[in-house]
Design a binder for this molecule. Structure first.
Ligand SMILES: C[S@@+](CC[C@H](N)C(=O)[O-])C[C@H]1O[C@@H](n2cnc3c(N)ncnc32)[C@H](O)[C@@H]1O
Length: 389
């Protein structure tokens, strides 16, 4: 329960009350527990009831910067799928689709490229989305039919004619050959944080003192400290996301059993960074322990962890940085083509978008692309390597 001093605070924060009560009852919580609660707890979780994207939100993502981003991902998937004989039925499974913009751009590409034999294309879209509010924004973007009811478990038809179903988890998605896509999804997966001390590794936990949240070090090694830290770890501070490992296990199992191709794109590092846990509000860095549920929480994705975790279970390709991937996929040609038919104003926004996506001081270097294929394709991929990488 929160102390009286904080109860006098002018603005109520029910989520903070809940977190403090939980900590009072069971002791300090891990950063992973905190992230999970703050981002996705029903009603007051950050993603649950607001549109967080764009200039009026807290951050902007690549698909919202330029249509070309999603188009090139669409071409990438189409090309890799054709190379292996266009298996059907085909599912496009997107994790955390935000406003639905990326899938919109991908479906436009698939519709164009398959227009001659579209009636034979057995494609369905599956969105894995925790936020009921964002599910409705996605529906508005992709479907002409608009319903008010809860969308999890519901199937509608997209404006491209393909069915779309919303799911809370991957486990609800039918088993079939799938194109799995996760753009800026893994950075929202809960992380545990650890600090090396003169007594060995300790976990960084979150405590509540007089109604305010604060970081503390665990007195002893926690279960997470014992199980998650690599014995060869050289850094003195690490962030590890076991949830990301579990999700990769589920994806690679599906790719093995039903076939599939996975593309993961996010900001991240190759096992070199230390303290990246942070918060954003209105495009500014924010104290991650303040305004729980009203600001984004995120951590850089450790691509070395993802690659190591998946390598026995899938062919891992990459990671490469975003600028390389987009340039290898022909972003310059596509931008030039669009420029020719654009108004002066649109030409400016195409140029700005290109710069934002590819400039190494913006999204070009920090964002990385990683692809996963079923192990049976290992020799095939040596002969015919995936494009973009
Ligand atoms: C940073 S946004 C990225 C949105 C979109 N992919 C883009 O790039 O514009 C994260 C997305 O993942 C969703 N999300 C976060 N945690 C989730 C979870 N545990 N399960 C399902 N969706 C989740 C959010 O609601 C949101 O749609």
């Amino acid at each position: 329960m929160r102390k009286a001093s904080f109860c006098n605070s002018p603005k109520e924060n029910k989520l903070l009350d809940f977190l403090c009560a939980k900590i009072e009852a069971t002791g300090p919580i891990s950063v992973a527990d905190y992230m999970k609660e703050v981002l996705t707890v029903p009603q007051s979780g950050y993603y649950m009831s607001r549109d967080v994207f764009g200039s009026s939100g807290d951050f902007i993502t690549s698909p919202e910067v330029s249509q070309v981003f999603g188009e090139l991902i669409g071409i990438w998937f189409y090309n890799e799928w054709c190379k292996i004989g266009f298996p059907q039925p085909l599912q496009l499974v997107e994790f955390g689709p935000g406003r639905g913009t990326l899938t919109d751009d991908i479906l436009r590409v698939f519709s164009k490229l398959t227009s001659k034999h579209k009636s034979n294309l057995n494609l369905s879209v599956h969105f894995i989305e925790v936020s009921p509010h964002l599910c409705h924004i996605q529906m508005s973007k992709l479907c002409s039919e608009h319903v008010k009811e809860e969308l999890h478990g519901k199937t509608l038809t997209t404006k491209y004619g393909f069915p779309i179903t919303w799911h809370p988890h991957l486990v609800n998605v039918p088993e079939a050959f799938s194109l799995f896509l996760a753009h800026e999804f893994f950075d929202a997966m809960p992380i545990h944080k650890f600090q090396k001390t003169s007594d060995g590794w300790r976990e960084i936990l979150i405590d509540c003192k007089e109604g305010e949240l604060q970081f503390i070090l665990s007195r002893n090694p926690t279960a997470a400290t014992k199980f998650l830290i690599d014995k060869n770890e050289k850094r003195d501070h690490v962030e590890i996301s076991p949830t990301s490992g579990i999700l990769l296990d589920e994806i690679t199992k599906r790719m093995k059993e039903d076939g599939g191709i996975t593309l993961i794109a996010d900001y991240g590092h190759l096992g070199t960074k230390t303290d990246t846990f942070r918060s954003f509000k209105k495009h500014q860095l924010h104290n991650p322990l303040k305004n729980a549920g009203e600001a984004d929480l995120t951590a850089d994705v450790d691509f070395q962890f993802l690659s190591k975790h998946a390598k026995e279970k899938a062919v891992v390709v990459g990671p490469v940085n975003q600028a390389s991937f987009l340039k290898n996929m022909g972003i310059e040609i596509r931008i030039q083509e669009l420029m020719q038919r654009a108004t002066k104003e649109n030409q400016e926004s195409l140029k700005t978008g290109y710069d934002m996506l590819t400039n190494s001081n913006q999204m070009g270097e920090r964002y990385k692309f990683l692809a996963l294929f079923p192990l049976v394709l290992k020799e095939f991929l040596c002969k015919f390597p995936p494009s973009g990488f």
